[in-house]
Design a protein around this ligand. Structure first.
Ligand SMILES: Cc1ncc(COP(=O)(O)O)c(C=O)c1O
Length: 480
């Protein structure tokens, strides 16, 4: 063994350094729970500045002081645990899930084949069956974890195509056929991306308009279906957004399921963000009809306190999931044709994938479903109160008085301002806020208009921070 390798794997060093590192991270959690007024969410630096800095840093390697590197990261990287973080919808990682991830990283088994993944593979199945049960499915359901909602949607839609198309598309390709899936205009772009990756092109995605609450207009499904049919397009299924990313609105699954059953087509629920309400007695009604879906995805790394990426891909009928990929790989498993639930690589896009199940499972077994329920209830309730708060301000408007999830789109305005001015000011506001780093919010376009958007991901965010955000926006508007 070389000196360097012996040094890198020295258990005593690991122990010492690990203790110091955990102290550093615990200090971070403490600070984020009660941040000083000047504690920023993001210490913004330009992409070019950071590129140069890290380039020089690596040119000067090796650096003996590892923990100063980790401390620098705590300064540089966005503080998702800061109560004024209200931006992209990724989770506020619970400390126990982070410790589980560290353990997973040390052990680092692969999850593609049982003999490598063992307990990790078994836990994926336990989780899938549990979530299937929450959906309302019977024991024929099954699923697995995959790396993100984008890949989850692609996996489910590949399966839907293979099951619903009369031909074996996996083996023979599209053979000149034009297949399509129907989605709401507000669906996440990963659905369209999946359809295009599947070689179905723009005609492969049929966008159905939404109502004033940004939910799919199911009364228009038949019209679009018949139009497609006349044009020689075979609709294979409908994707319900639960919820839509920009507005947080839930498509009416029951009505979509009625349509899918009548037409004998697939129903997929993109619950990347909003299927988390499966855990909530208060908000579960938003998914009414989800038990009638053929496939569902749900991200644990959004509302469910787990580190990125962990997406649950679920099938009502486990048999279907074996049809997604039919590749043979005899060096990996003995029986190519067998339905071996424990050789996950047969059904997932990835072969090697990280030990994701440990992070979710550690939380679930310690706190039960209640921890997910409490987080969802708290954040969904806070968004409703924020929207009411906005409605009471003459210089703000929200697109929905009663948002269905923890996502709120709103903008600053003054009576008499033309649309272009509102657009310009709100764009500048968002840019300034991110650069100054006291809050972190995002923006989106709805009905062609630019809105500021918050997704309330942090259970420690309160009305106080939200009032502060409106004040911050006003003060930025006063100087731009
Ligand atoms: C409704 C919906 N579907 C899919 C995705 C994609 O998920 P991921 O970012 O995990 O790939 C998102 C991400 O925001 C989403 O909101």
């Amino acid at each position: 063994m070389t000196d360097l390798l012996a040094h890198a794997y020295d258990p005593d060093r690991f122990r010492r350094q690990g203790h110091q590192l955990i102290d550093l991270l615990a200090g971070y959690f403490e600070k984020m729970l009660h941040p000083d007024a000047d504690e920023k969410v993001l210490n913004y630096a330009s992409p070019e500045a950071l590129f140069q800095r890290w380039k020089e840093d690596l040119e000067n390697a090796p650096h003996p002081q590892e923990n100063t590197f980790f401390a620098t990261m705590l300064h540089d990287i966005i503080h998702m645990h800061h109560p004024k973080y209200m931006g992209h919808q990724t989770s506020n990682v619970a400390p126990l899930a982070a410790l589980a991830e560290l353990t997973g990283a040390v052990l680092d088994p692969g999850m593609g084949v049982y003999e490598q993944g063992t307990s990790g593979v078994a836990i994926e199945r336990v989780l899938s069956k549990k979530i299937g049960g929450l959906i309302g499915w019977d024991d024929r359901c099954d699923g697995f974890l995959t790396s993100g909602g984008t890949l989850g949607n692609l996996t489910a839609l590949l399966c839907a195509r293979q099951v619903m198309a009369g031909d074996d598309v996996w083996e023979n390709g599209l053979q000149g056929k034009q297949y399509a899936f129907m989605v709401s205009e507000q669906a996440h772009y990963s659905v369209a991306r999946a359809v295009k990756v599947m070689g179905m092109g723009e005609r492969g995605i049929i966008r159905v308009p939404v109502d004033q609450y940004y939910r799919m207009r199911t009364d228009l499904l038949d019209l679009h279906f018949e139009k497609a049919k006349k044009e020689g397009v075979e609709v294979l299924g409908v994707v319900a957004s639960s919820c839509a990313t920009a507005t947080g609105s839930y498509d009416p699954i029951d009505a979509i399921a009625d349509f899918c059953e009548a037409k004998k087509i697939w129903l997929h629920v993109d619950g990347a963000h909003g299927a988390c309400v499966l855990f909530s007695k208060k908000y579960r009604h938003l998914l009414s009809g989800i038990d009638r879906a053929d496939s569902v995805i749900m991200d644990f790394h959004k509302m469910l306190l787990s580190p990125k990426l962990i997406t649950s891909v679920l099938f009502k009928n486990a048999e279907h999931s074996y049809q997604t990929f039919a590749q043979k790989a005899s060096y990996l498993w003995d029986k190519d044709e067998g339905r071996e639930w424990f050789n996950l690589g047969k059904r997932t896009f990835e072969l090697t994938k990280s030990f994701m199940s440990i992070r979710v499972y550690a939380l679930w077994r310690r706190y039960g479903e209640a921890i997910f329920e409490q987080n969802v209830d708290r954040l969904y309730g806070l968004a409703k109160r924020f929207s009411k708060m906005i409605a009471a301000q003459p210089d703000f408007e929200a697109i929905l008085e009663n948002p269905e999830s923890n996502i709120v789109c709103f903008r600053y305005l003054q009576v008499g301002w033309p649309e272009e001015k509102m657009e310009k000011i709100n764009l500048l506001v968002r840019e300034r806020i991110v650069r100054e780093g006291r809050f972190f919010i995002v923006q989106t376009r709805v009905d062609g208009r630019l809105y500021l958007r918050v997704s309330l991901m942090n259970p420690f965010t309160t009305e106080k921070e939200l009032t502060g955000l409106l004040e911050e926006i006003r003060s930025v508007c006063a100087v731009v």
